[in-house]
Design a protein around this ligand. Structure first.
Ligand SMILES: C[S@@+](CC[C@H](N)C(=O)[O-])C[C@H]1O[C@@H](n2cnc3c(N)ncnc32)[C@H](O)[C@@H]1O
Length: 409
């Protein structure tokens, strides 16, 4: 059983709630382009598994109307965990809401047992971008196991979108299509490699477009957007080649889709690193040349390159010398850390550089001890510590794996 909180209906989301639900709504034009591509006939059945602001649902209705469907609304199905999304739904498709077609529940809990058709001609949407730290541990384990049973290894660090995508594939009918707005991690994250392979085994043709336009800036996130288009659902014994492309804006995206549908070869087969698609073409070319140069080796061959520590509350856990003193913490209570890349100019970062940044009052200590204080009492070694509850600082479950300490009062 997957446990996710289902909020009750209410007004449009406040920022914190949006973040918790990963609710960043897709701009209308982008939803329409993807939907127009995904829906091919007036009789198509459509599923939007996390419909949110209903942009994709509205686009689907328009597309079906244009194709001549008699009752387009009856061909559209959806799901969202957020009760507020049902207010948008009433506006978009009118009342009364058909609750057998639109489910107020966790999509990951949906199955063939719903009052839905068994399969759909297209699934479209933009899944919640919720990092693994915000998914309950038990839920995470269940989701990983579920994918494992179907032969797909989704690691413990997979964001919710990856599980969503995986689950959504099982609703696509033979020959059907999928069109998704995904985060940049679809191309960059290690955990995404296997989901990409799974998509490549489940569809005959797959195109992936990295968008240079930032669509979610007004929603308070700089998240990169990757458009995933997959057609020809089937169970293939070998992987189709996903082709990658990049587009400056929606006009560029439309051009790529048009070319692809007209039989042109678009994009390039992925060889090497997808992350190179996000960097300037000139830089990517220089990188390519260096890679071929025998005098060069990868930095990763010499050292382990990691993204670093995720504290969940840097302002609290990463402190400067003055705060450390004020809190009576000694060197055993902290670890030296490089808190910002701007402090490491060039290729080296020495003890001298570190001492200098500490002297200048910058934050370079991560609070860290071997023992957590007792939950509830806020006491450790007989000293009173505040705050006593990790929740007070929005500490995420993954943080429990860290050895953290708290300030003395
Ligand atoms: C990135 S928004 C996208 C909304 C819509 N698909 C769009 O493109 O505008 C993600 C949506 O997922 C919903 N959501 C989050 N977790 C969910 C879950 N477990 N099951 C179904 N919907 C979920 C959120 O409420 C939100 O509406």
């Amino acid at each position: 059983m997957i446990e996710l909180m289902i909020p009750t209906p209410r007004a449009p989301l406040v920022a914190a709630e949006r973040k918790r639900l990963g609710a960043f709504y897709t701009p209308e034009r982008l939803s329409q382009i993807l939907t127009d591509w995904a829906i091919r006939s007036a009789s198509d059945l459509i599923l939007e598994p996390s419909f949110g602001g209903c942009g994709f649902l509205t686009a689907a209705r328009r597309r079906l109307e244009l194709l001549g469907a008699d009752a387009p609304k009856k061909q559209i199905y959806g799901c969202d965990i957020d009760g507020g999304a049902f207010e948008f739904l009433a506006e978009a498709l009118g009342r009364p809401i058909d609750h057998s077609r639109f489910l107020h529940k966790d999509f990951l809990e949906t199955s063939a047992l719903e009052d839905w058709p068994l399969l759909f001609d297209a699934t479209i949407g933009n899944p919640p971008y919720i990092p693994y730290q915000s998914i309950q541990e038990k839920t995470r384990k269940d989701l990983i196991q579920r994918a494992n049973i179907r032969g797909v290894k989704l690691g413990g660090k997979s964001s919710l979108w990856a599980h969503f995508l995986f689950h959504a594939v099982s609703f696509v009918a033979f020959g059907g299509r999928m069109a998704w707005v995904l985060p940049g991690s679809f191309l960059q994250a290690d955990y995404a490699v296997n989901i990409r392979k799974y998509i490549a085994r489940s569809f005959s043709d797959v195109v992936c477009v990295l968008m240079h336009q930032r669509f979610f800036k007004t929603e308070g996130t700089e998240e990169e957007t990757v458009v995933l288009l997959a057609k020809g659902r089937g169970d293939y014994s070998s992987e189709s080649a996903i082709t990658f492309h990049d587009a400056l804006d929606l006009v560029g995206l439309e051009r790529i889709i048009f070319g692809w549908e007209s039989g042109e070869t678009v994009g390039q087969k992925l060889v090497g690193r997808p992350s190179l698609l996000s960097v300037d073409k000139k830089i990517a070319r220089i990188y390519g040349e260096l890679e071929k140069d025998n005098a060069c080796i990868h930095l990763g061959d010499l050292v382990k390159v990691n993204i670093g520590l995720v504290t969940g509350a840097n302002n609290f856990f990463v402190i400067n010398e003055a705060t450390k003193r004020a809190a009576h913490l000694d060197r055993n209570d902290v670890l030296p850390v490089l808190s910002k890349f701007k402090f490491a100019q060039g290729l080296s970062f020495s003890q001298y550089d570190y001492d200098l940044l500490i002297k200048e009052g910058e934050r370079g200590f991560l609070i860290s001890t071997a023992k957590m204080p007792d939950e509830g009492t806020g006491k450790k070694n007989g000293k009173k510590l505040v705050p006593s509850k990790s929740e007070k600082f929005g500490m995420r479950p993954a943080m429990k794996g860290f050895q953290m300490d708290f300030f003395q009062s």
